[in-house]
Design a protein around this ligand. Structure first.
Ligand SMILES: *[C@@H]1O[C@H](CO)[C@@H](O)[C@H](O)[C@H]1NC(C)=O
Ligand SMILES: *[C@@H]1O[C@H](CO)[C@@H](O)[C@H](O)[C@H]1NC(C)=O
Ligand SMILES: *[C@@H]1O[C@H](CO)[C@@H](O)[C@H](O)[C@H]1NC(C)=O
Ligand SMILES: *[C@@H]1O[C@H](CO)[C@@H](O)[C@H](O)[C@H]1NC(C)=O
Ligand SMILES: *[C@@H]1O[C@H](CO)[C@@H](O)[C@H](O)[C@H]1NC(C)=O
Ligand SMILES: CC(=O)N[C@H]1CO[C@H](CO)[C@@H](O)[C@@H]1O
Length: 894
């Protein structure tokens, strides 16, 4: 780890002539031994403005400074008013040799050619020295202004700075474990995907999402996405006078920006989805409770865990198995002694009969041995990345020496899909329901580019006790498998945006901070060429993303009619449109318990990856019953809910402690009753981009007290979750905005005063939850052991009127798993001072045994009985008994 003291040097930039005074930032970049102050910047010429676009030539405005590479003399500027709310600004090399993100990795959004006069954003440029601004027309707010320093565009270094308001409210730039509301006092983020045990703060983690949201209260929220996958540092700078700026420093790629106008936070989320894609819809069962552990020794133990959950009366929806199931940790194999096929099939069949599901793990590294058919088939189909001599590039992962699939090669997808069909064949293989891809940053146990992946130098990392059938020591790569590789032969990639040749691949002069060491340490060598002629240097941050996309295709080929459930550790901007993510290998401690909240907020709202969650109770290290009880409750109100632990830890299944059993039962019972409510929220995020989890400022954008809150959230848009976040404490202080709330557990009204509330006696089995007035929440009347059983329960509708006596809510119903839904219902509930109605579409009739009936409607905060229903004077609630079938519009009046 780099200490902050070392990071923030005091080197000061020389002022540049500019209308606004140039801030004197501590130039963190400059401390990397290059004098960027002599960089000449660019001058714009041939500026052509049309109704929907601006183009210009940018020419280096003086002698090259060659700070961290060579200055590129000729650039082009392309500005497109793509929609009324989205402005695209791309600054790229005129020769089109510099790498640009492939469309297969991140499709380009459609340019709808909006008219600049109708657009909410306005682009302006200064020709010399070149700079530009983006302004919100409505109120003149300048959202982006690059005049505080010169644009630098070199072969291995690209820098752009924008001025920020003082103490800006910034969010995003995942993946990180830093504050949700980003620090603004000379803060650094680096985007360089890396395996990250214990998810350290102020570090690059598993994924890269070069997007930020900036919130300016009633002046609006906007977003800025940089479509660039190269490793980069991002700085939020503050000079001694308090002037602030945001700086991008990348070691390659182009400045391909998308400015999103908002103006509400949720609108920015939607506009970001328009650019990188709307989230995939996940099966209903994914919202159930999941259990995993590295170290379930054999199939019997897996079955025993399932049975123990059942005995304890804790609903278990999905059972997972980590790499334990593999033969010598090789993909697409079973340890024939401990996980024999016959028993695995019996396990899956039994789970399915009980309405439960099964998920297995895969890693990208394919054991490079002639004994593994998956490898030999892959080798024959030429799916692996190549070393300089054309042989398969080798590294080390769990099985030992591995070859790395090249996910940009089309044949890799065919091979991977074929392996899925062989191994996960419903009749002859393991008929799993979802898949989990890990280690795909990619993580290489070979620690540096010079490392030789031989068994002697790099034995497989310690894991389970040695098994008989691993064939260790792992044999080296057989000589007769050295192929001659056709695809690398002199490919002329000029003008194809594949990346510049002859760069310094491992130690570029400009350093992107990496907590694992150098650029290429513990991963695939960055000098490796991909199938399409691009380099790992530029595409490294998309390796896991591409693996996940390929895996989704394989799942789809297996079961074309069903929504795939693919969980990936490594992600890139846009991963959410296909797959989902958990927060990686955290630690069983209170800090990581708290961290899950800020990670969830950023992933769901700012990165369009809604189905996320943490390893409940913690992954590394031993948890304890108090932490695990709290985490069981916290996790139940996060989208993806899986208990998972590392090999060497104690068992932490919820049934291991009576206290945790009680907490988990309550948590799961509540989560399940609310399942259709949150499934509805997920569905609408996939359709509208509006997040299913709301940071408080999304719903109270003018309340400055909410901007930095990172230990509370709205589950959906109605339920405010305020868990105990202090270590081993029964006390919680949480914020209640000025609004009408109701205690979720008692129904009692609670008037929010725009102030903190402290509760001193939160039991280990409790979590404070409040309903926001003005909402209507559909519930299942009872919980159940599986989501399949849950769907047989009738609904109750809970109405929580706001101050104005009104409320609204919605319910989406479908069959739960199919991509093409034969019939769905989209129901709107409304309450207006005594009048209840359900309107919308009602095509979903329910599968056999399922309920689509409402048993009762319960209205909170009623001080008198109406003409209908039963008034409970102690709780001030009215209950109106149904049933009403959700088959057409209905309603009643008190
Ligand atoms: C950087 O360049 C400027 C202008 O040429 C010069 O005044 C300054 O001393 C240089 N700084 C360093 C640290 O080399
Ligand atoms: C399951 O429960 C039994 C009985 O309490 C216990 O002996 C066993 O260790 C448990 N197994 C697992 C894997 O939790
Ligand atoms: C990448 O660099 C390493 C270390 O210098 C070298 O051994 C290897 O041959 C290079 N690979 C390619 C594809 O050029
Ligand atoms: C492993 O090999 C030993 C010796 O060959 C044998 O006794 C044992 O049963 C095998 N299986 C396991 C699971 O240890
Ligand atoms: C609420 O308490 C937190 C600390 O627990 C504090 O940071 C925050 O400023 C308080 N909010 C208000 C509105 O007082
Ligand atoms: C973000 C965070 O809290 N990470 C912690 C994970 O666990 C390790 C080991 O306890 C801590 O050092 C990290 O701070």
């Amino acid at each position: 780890m780099f200490s902050p003291k070392v990071l923030f040097g005091l080197f000061t930039c020389v002022s540049l002539v500019s209308a606004v005074p140039t801030p004197q930032y501590a130039s963190i970049a400059a401390r990397q031994d290059a004098n960027v102050s002599s960089c000449p910047g660019y001058a714009a010429s041939n500026v052509v403005k049309t109704e929907t676009s601006v183009t210009a030539d940018l020419t280096l405005a003086g002698a090259a400074c060659n700070a961290y590479g060579e200055d590129i003399t000729n650039l082009k500027l392309l500005v497109e008013y793509q929609t009324d709310d989205r402005l695209h600004v791309n600054i790229y090399d005129a020769d089109l040799n510099v790498f640009q993100v492939q469309e297969e990795a991140v499709p380009l959004p459609k340019n709808e050619k909006a008219s600049s006069s109708d657009a909410s954003l306005e682009f302006n440029l200064v020709e010399k020295p070149f700079s530009f601004t983006v302004k919100r027309k409505e109120n003149g707010e300048v959202l982006f202004d690059t005049s505080s320093s010169q644009l630098i565009f070199e072969t291995q270094y690209v820098r752009l700075q924008t001025r920020l308001p003082k103490n800006p409210h910034l969010y995003g730039f995942g993946e990180h474990t830093d504050p949700f509301h980003l620090p603004t006092d000379n803060y650094r983020r680096s985007l360089l995907n890396a395996e990250s045990p214990n998810i350290p703060e102020n570090s690059n983690l598993y994924g890269s999402h070069p997007v930020y949201f900036e919130h300016r209260g009633d002046k609006g929220t906007h977003g800025v996405f940089l479509r660039n996958s190269d490793p980069m540092n991002i700085f939020i700078l503050r000079d001694s006078a308090g002037n602030q700026a945001l700086e991008y420093d990348t070691i390659g790629g182009v400045l391909d920006f998308y400015f999103l106008a908002g103006k509400s936070p949720a609108e920015v989320s939607k506009q970001y989805a328009d650019v990188v894609g709307y989230s995939a819809m996940f099966p209903y069962w994914t919202l159930g409770f999941h259990q995993c552990k590295y170290g379930y020794w054999d199939v019997n133990m897996v079955a025993e865990v399932v049975a123990n959950y059942s005995t304890a009366g804790i609903p278990l929806e999905v059972m997972w198995t980590d790499i334990d199931y593999m033969n010598g940790r090789q993909d697409f194999t079973l340890d024939t002694e401990r996980f024999p096929m016959k028993k695995m099939q019996e396990l899956v069949t039994t789970l399915h009969q009980r309405g439960q599901r099964y998920v297995l793990i895969l890693d990208p590294g394919t054991h490079a041995t002639a004994d593994l058919e998956t490898y030999t088939r892959g080798h024959e189909q030429d799916v692996f990345l190549k070393a300089a001599d054309g042989s398969d590039l080798l590294g080390v992962q769990w099985p030992g020496v591995v070859a790395w699939p090249d996910w940009f090669a089309p044949q890799t997808s065919d091979w991977w899909t074929d392996e899925f069909e062989r191994f996960f064949n419903p009749e002859t293989g393991v008929n799993l329901d979802g898949i989990w891809v890990d280690m795909n940053e990619a993580s290489n146990f070979c620690s540096n580019p010079q490392c030789s992946p031989t068994p002697e130098g790099n034995p497989p990392a310690p894991g389970n006790a040695p098994r008989n059938n691993t064939g260790r020591p792992i044999p080296g790569f057989p000589v007769d498998f050295q192929p001659t590789n056709s695809k690398l032969k002199a490919r002329d990639t000029s003008g194809e945006m594949k990346g510049l040749p002859n760069r310094e691949w491992f130690n570029p002069k400009y350093t992107v901070y990496n907590h694992r060491g150098g650029l290429s340490d513990f991963t695939i060598q960055t000098n490796t060429t991909n199938y399409d002629g691009t380099k790992q240097y530029d595409t490294h941050n998309m390796y896991g993303h591409m693996m996940a996309l390929t895996t989704r295709k394989a799942m789809l080929a297996r079961r074309p009619e069903l929504r795939p459930m693919v969980l990936t550790r490594s992600t890139f901007a846009g991963s959410g449109r296909e797959v989902t993510h958990w927060f990686g290998d955290n630690h069983s401690d209170w800090e990581d318990y708290r961290t899950t909240i800020r990670q969830m907020l950023a992933f769901v709202a700012m990165h369009q990856m809604p189905m996320v969650g943490s390893d409940v109770c913690g992954f590394n290290g031993d948890t304890d019953e108090f932490l695990c009880a709290r985490w069981a409750l916290l996790g139940a109100f996060q989208p993806f809910y899986r208990n998972h632990a590392e090999l060497s830890t104690i068992h932490q299944e919820f049934y291991q402690w009576p206290l945790v059993t009680e907490a988990a039962k309550k948590a799961i019972d509540t989560r399940y009753k609310l399942m259709d409510y949150i499934y509805t929220a997920l569905y609408y995020q996939t359709k509208t981009g509006v997040p299913m989890i709301n940071p408080l400022f999304y719903l109270y954008p003018n309340d400055a007290n909410t901007f930095a809150i990172q230990e509370q959230w709205f589950y959906g848009d109605a339920l405010l979750i305020s868990p105990v976040t202090t270590d081993y404490s029964n006390q919680v202080t949480f914020y209640l905005p000025e609004d009408t709330f109701y205690d979720y557990w008692t129904g009692a009204p609670v008037e929010g005063k725009g102030a903190n509330v402290t509760v001193n006696d939160v039991a280990w089995t409790d979590i404070p939850v409040h309903i926001r007035g003005g909402t209507i929440i559909p519930h299942r009347q009872n919980s159940a052991s599986t989501t399949k059983e849950l769907r047989k329960q009738d609904f109750t509708i809970l109405v929580a009127p706001g101050k104005d006596g009104k409320a609204s809510g919605r319910l989406y119903l479908d069959e739960g798993e199919k991509i093409e839904q034969p019939a769905v219902s989209e129901i709107q509930f409304s309450w207006d001072n005594g009048k209840f109605s359900a309107t919308g579409s009602f095509a979903y009739g329910g599968m056999s045994g399922e309920s689509v009936s409402v048993a009762k409607v319960k209205v909170l905060g009623q001080t008198k009985a109406g003409n209908m229903g039963t008034w409970d004077s102690s709780m001030n609630t009215v209950e109106v008994q149904g049933p009403w079938k959700l088959a057409g519009a209905w309603g009643f009046e008190f």
